[in-house]
Unconditional design. Structure first.
Lengths: 211, 272
C-alpha cells in the first residue's frame, strides 16, 4: 500500500503540492486528472522518490521514502516524455536498463516489446522512432520488470486505437498481479475507461475524489 | 543483487556516457596533434629525434611561477590551457542532462542516489583517463612516424625547448610528472566540476573552473591547485617548487571533497 500523508512540496518558493493525503491499495488503477501544471507529474515524482517532500511523507509498504528507503523497492514509470539513449535501438535501450537490476533477460524484453507492438529486431536507433513508437517503448520500459508500482504520465499520448487497447490489456494484467497503478491524464474520458478511482487535481491540491 | 546492480549502472555509464561524448574526445585531441606538429617542426634543430617524453613535457610544462613586473606581459600557456578546457568540455553537462532525461530510469532501478552519484564520479575519472589514453596513442603514433619510439628524455632537447634539466630526473619520475600527476590533477579538477555542475549549473561550473585554472596560472598560492599539473612548477624544475607528495595529497583531498561533498548535496537534490 502507498500512503501519502500531508504531503507538501515547494520548489523555488512555489507550492507545487499542498497537503496531499492518499491511500492507494494494490491491484487498483488510480487516475490523476488535472490540467497542465496541476501537480500530477510532481505527485508521481514524489511517489518515485525523485523529489524530497517539504512536509509530510510518502510511505510504501510500511517504509517511508527518504528514511527507511530512498526509492520504492519495485517501480516502473513513464514520466513526461519517454527518454532513452538516442543512438541505441529500442532493444539495446531496454537491455542496458534491465541489466541494472538483472531480473529479466533478453527473451523477456523481446516478449514485452512484441506485446507493445514493437519489433525487437528493429535496428533503427531510438531518435528515428516515430512519436507513437517512442511512447510504446516507454510503456514497455515501465512494464517490463513486472513492478509492484507502475506510474504512467499521459500514457495515451501519440497512441493509436490499437495502442490504447494494448495499454488497457497491460493495465488489466498488472492489476491481476496486484500492482498499484497510477495514471495521470488530462483527458477525463480516457481516464474513466481505465481507472478504478480518480483524483482531480488543481494547483497542487486534490480537489475531488471519484470512485 | 547489490553487486549486479552496481555493475549494471557502472556499465551503463561507461558504455553510454563515453559514447555520448565521443565527438568531444575527438575534438579534444587537437592539442595533442598541435604538440606533435610543433615538436616535429622543431626537431630539425636537434641531432636526435624527440622521445615520447619531449612531447609530453612540451604539452604539460606550463609556465614558471609568474611574478608581475612592470612592462612584462602575462604569458598564457596555450597548449596546456587547451588540454584543461577540453577536459572541462568533456564533463560539462553530461551528468546533469543524463539525470534530467534517461537518468531517471537508471536511478529508480539502482534504488540508490549514492550508487548513481558514485557511478558518475567513476565516469568522470574514466573519461579523463580515456582522454589521456587518446593523447598517449597520438604521441606514440607520432614517435613511430618519426622512426622510433624512445622513452629516454633528451637533455639537449629539454634544455632548449622546455627549459628543463632532465638529467636531474629519473626515468620513473618522468612518468610521474608527465603522465600520472597531470592525470591525477585533471581527475581532481573534473570531479570538482562535476559537483559544481549540480550545485550551480553546468555553465557556471565550467566558467568557474576555467577562471580558477587561469587564476592558478597567474597566482602561485597553495589554494590554487589548478596549475598542479604544470611540470615547470614542480620541485624538479625549480627550487622550492611543488613537491610530488604535496601535489598528490592536495589532489586526494580535492577528490574526496568533490566526491563526498557532491554526494551530500545530491542526497537532497530534487530530480525533475
Amino acid at each position: 500500500m502507498i500512503i501519502l500523508k500531508n504531503l507538501d512540496k515547494e520548489l523555488n518558493g512555489n507550492a507545487v503540492l499542498t497537503d496531499i493525503n492518499l491511500e492507494l491499495s494494490k491491484g487498483k488503477v488510480y487516475g490523476l486528472q488535472g490540467k497542465n501544471g496541476s501537480g500530477k507529474t510532481m505527485l508521481m515524482r514524489a511517489v518515485c522518490g525523485l523529489i524530497k517532500p517539504t512536509g509530510g511523507y510518502v510511505e510504501i509498504d510500511g517504509e517511508r521514502l527518504g528514511k527507511e528507503s530512498a526509492f520504492p523497492e519495485s517501480v516502473g514509470c513513464l514520466i513526461e516524455n519517454p527518454a532513452f539513449v538516442p543512438y541505441y535501438s529500442g532493444l539495446k535501450n531496454l537491455q542496458i536498463l534491465a541489466d541494472i537490476k538483472g531480473r529479466i533477460d533478453k527473451k523477456d524484453i523481446c516478449l514485452m516489446m512484441e506485446r507493445v507492438g514493437l519489433d525487437p529486431g528493429e535496428k533503427k536507433p531510438f531518435r528515428k522512432y516515430s512519436l507513437g513508437m517512442k511512447q510504446r517503448l516507454g510503456i514497455a520500459c515501465a512494464f517490463m520488470e513486472a513492478p509492484d508500482i507502475i506510474l504512467l504520465d499521459e500514457p495515451f499520448n501519440a497512441l493509436d486505437t490499437e495502442g490504447v487497447e494494448m495499454l488497457k490489456n497491460l493495465l488489466g494484467e498488472a492489476k491481476e498481479k496486484e500492482a498499484t497503478i497510477i495514471v495521470a491524464c488530462h483527458d477525463k474520458e480516457e481516464l474513466e475507461l481505465i481507472a478504478d478511482e480518480i483524483f482531480v487535481m488543481e494547483n497542487g491540491k486534490i480537489m475531488e475524489h471519484k470512485s | 543483487m547489490w553487486s549486479s546492480t552496481r555493475r549494471g549502472i557502472i556499465k551503463y555509464d561507461l558504455c553510454q556516457g563515453l559514447r555520448a561524448n565521443m565527438w568531444k574526445f575527438l575534438a579534444g585531441a587537437v592539442p595533442f596533434f598541435g604538440v606533435v606538429m610543433i615538436v616535429q617542426e622543431r626537431s630539425v634543430l636537434f641531432s636526435t629525434e624527440p622521445s615520447f617524453f619531449e612531447y609530453f613535457i612540451y604539452l604539460f610544462k606550463g609556465i614558471r611561477n609568474y611574478t608581475p613586473v612592470p612592462g612584462q606581459q602575462f604569458e598564457v600557456p596555450i597548449l596546456w590551457m587547451i588540454v584543461q578546457v577540453s577536459m572541462a568540455l568533456i564533463v560539462y553537462d553530461y551528468p546533469v542532462v543524463n539525470l534530467e532525461k534517461y537518468g531517471i530510469q537508471t536511478i529508480i532501478r539502482a534504488k540508490s542516489r549514492a550508487l548513481w552519484w558514485f557511478s558518475k564520479c567513476i565516469w568522470v575519472a574514466a573519461s579523463v583517463a580515456l582522454y589521456y589514453a587518446v593523447g598517449i596513442l597520438i604521441i606514440l603514433g607520432a614517435c613511430m612516424l618519426m622512426g622510433k619510439i624512445s622513452f629516454i628524455a633528451d637533455q639537449e632537447w629539454n634544455m632548449v625547448m622546455n627549459e628543463l634539466d632532465v638529467s636531474l630526473i629519473a626515468n620513473k619520475q618522468l612518468w610521474l610528472i608527465c603522465i600520472c600527476i597531470p592525470l591525477m590533477s585533471s581527475i581532481a579538477l573534473s570531479l570538482l566540476q562535476l559537483t559544481g555542475s549540480f550545485v550551480l549549473s553546468p555553465v557556471y561550473s565550467f566558467l568557474l573552473l576555467l577562471s580558477y585554472i587561469v587564476i592558478s596560472v597567474y597566482y602561485n598560492h597553495s589554494c590554487f591547485m589548478g596549475a598542479n599539473s604544470m611540470i615547470l612548477r614542480n620541485e624538479f624544475a625549480m627550487a622550492g617548487g611543488n613537491t610530488l607528495s604535496g601535489i598528490v595529497i592536495t589532489n586526494i583531498i580535492v577528490m574526496c571533497a568533490a566526491v563526498f561533498g557532491g554526494y551530500i548535496y545530491f542526497r537532497r537534490h530534487d530530480i525533475y
